[in-house]
Design a protein around this ligand. Structure first.
Ligand code: SF4
Length: 455
């Protein structure tokens, strides 16, 4: 639970009555309120004792720790979640989706998994969607085999890696070689925790803690934290759908509603170990996306299973307070030239997606001008005064469409036919044409329009 400004002020110098203004604010109370809202740094007040600083730092840190696996621009960051339900504010860091590679698998399957995961990328409503990680498991009993597989996966440089081994020696040997790349090692259990701590505390990296229940995780994480190992993923050992939902919910509630720090870490989930049925694994993964997992490891992914998971994840992890939107610019579709028709629409991602797909379907080379409207659809943007003659005319002038076409015909959405007159006045050199009311009429409309223009 986040600490309130009224609680912070009691801990400030002279119980919040010093009011010296050195932090740049008029009173200690103002500083406390701003600190609680995340608007100022703790060290702006020079009079805090080390003890109070540590206490406030702890109280102000996110209820679920942000943990990073990997390095560079491919690193995965999860955690730092603030709410139990998405509609309360937003979920912040989408779970990493990972494929498991066993070192017992035949070469062609390993190849397929590594190259397949690299290649499976999808452009979806202006965003690039892809899986995030590879998990490599020691299962063969042949250390050389495992090490060469791990080397191969890591040297591909494409994905952060989860190293899975029930043999502590093998796990720690991998840690010693690759610690600088911050892989996640798994599992840390009550049986191997001392051994793992004795090595990993020298250069802490993310660790996955496995226990038989939610309750059994807390002493392990406390022990790790005491030794400076704080980048932790939790695995409560859920083995079916029901326990998965129960355990994830308990963990999230403990951290966010009760501020219980020992469980304030992201989780790791293994549909790949819960069932051999690949369809069930996908269903489990879909549940884990909704129910709070930080990393989800599956046995296998193809385009038909990955894309729905990625789209679901994107939808759950977009901020409900901010409509998904496209960049304001001209989008060429079907290789247009200077004779191609020019259409205009708003920048709500769904509107763009529907209109651009239907233009593509029409096979007519076209220019689509997308006007910034704060991510609103056509009618809403018009009602909000963001899509009318006064706003479209300056956009048409500045977006440079006039240098791309040798005609001056602009097709507006049929739903806002009423702006035709005002737009004609604002853009006197342009002929304003009222297009279809629904995007699905575009494939029939555009070819006919071209025939008429040619006549
Ligand atoms: Fe209060 Fe510290 Fe700000 Fe001074 S610097 S007003 S003591 S919070």
């Amino acid at each position: 639970m986040a600490i309130k400004g009224t609680d912070i002020v009691k801990k400030l110098p002279e119980a919040g009555k010093k009011n010296c203004r050195e932090c740049g604010l008029p009173t200690c109370f103002a500083f406390a309120m701003k600190l609680a809202a995340g608007g100022i740094e703790l060290n702006k007040c020079p009079y805090l004792s080390e003890e109070v600083k540590a206490e406030l730092e702890d109280a102000l840190s996110p209820p679920i720790r942000l943990v990073k696996v990997g390095t560079g621009n491919k690193a995965l960051e999860v955690g730092d979640e603030q709410v139990l339900y998405r509609h309360e504010k937003t979920f912040i860091h989408p779970p990493g989706i990972s494929v498991l590679i066993d070192d017992t698998e035949p070469e062609h399957i390993i190849d397929e998994k590594i190259t397949g995961l690299k290649q499976m990328q999808f452009n979806w409503v202006g965003k690039l969607l892809r899986a995030d990680m590879l998990a490599v498991r020691y299962k063969s009993g042949d250390r050389h085999r495992f090490e060469s597989l791990l080397k191969r996966v890591i040297s591909s440089g494409e994905f952060p890696v989860v190293i899975i081994s029930e043999d502590d020696e093998v796990m720690l040997a991998a840690y010693k070689i690759y610690a600088d790349l911050r892989p996640l090692i798994y599992p840390v259990t009550e049986h191997n925790i001392e051994k793992i701590i004795s090595e990993v505390k020298k250069k802490p990296i993310p660790v996955g803690v496995r226990a038989g229940s939610v309750e059994a995780l807390a002493p392990l994480t406390l022990h790790l934290k005491e030794h400076g190992v704080e980048d932790i993923f939790l695995d409560p050992g859920s083995n079916d759908l029901q326990s998965a939902v129960r355990d994830q919910t308990l963990l999230r509630r403990s951290a966010i509603k009760h501020g219980f720090r020992p469980l304030g870490y992201p989780t790791i989930a293994f549909p790949c170990f819960m069932t051999d049925d690949r369809h069930r694994q996908i269903l489990l993964a879909a549940t884990y996306i909704i129910k709070y997992a930080g990393i989800i490891v599956l046995d296998y992914l193809d385009e038909n299973s990955l894309l729905p998971l990625l789209v679901q994840r994107m939808n759950v992890y977009t901020d409900p307070r901010i409509p998904m939107s496209m960049e304001e610019k001209i989008y060429p579709i079907n290789n247009p030239d200077d004779n191609s028709p020019v259409l205009i629409t708003t920048n709500w991602a769904l509107t763009y997606f529907l209109v651009s797909s239907e233009i593509e379907n029409s096979k007519v080379p076209s220019w689509l001008c997308v006007k910034e409207t704060g991510g609103l659809g056509v009618l809403t943007a018009w009602a909000a005064g963001k899509f009318n003659g006064d706003t479209i005319a300056p956009f048409i002038k500045k977006c440079d469409i006039e240098s791309k076409v040798n005609h001056r015909r602009l097709i507006i959405p049929g739903r806002v036919a009423r702006i035709r007159h005002e737009l004609s006045e604002a853009l006197p050199e342009w002929e304003i044409i009222v297009g279809p009311g629904d995007a699905n009429e575009i494939p029939a409309y555009l070819p006919e329009l071209i025939i008429n223009w040619k006549k």
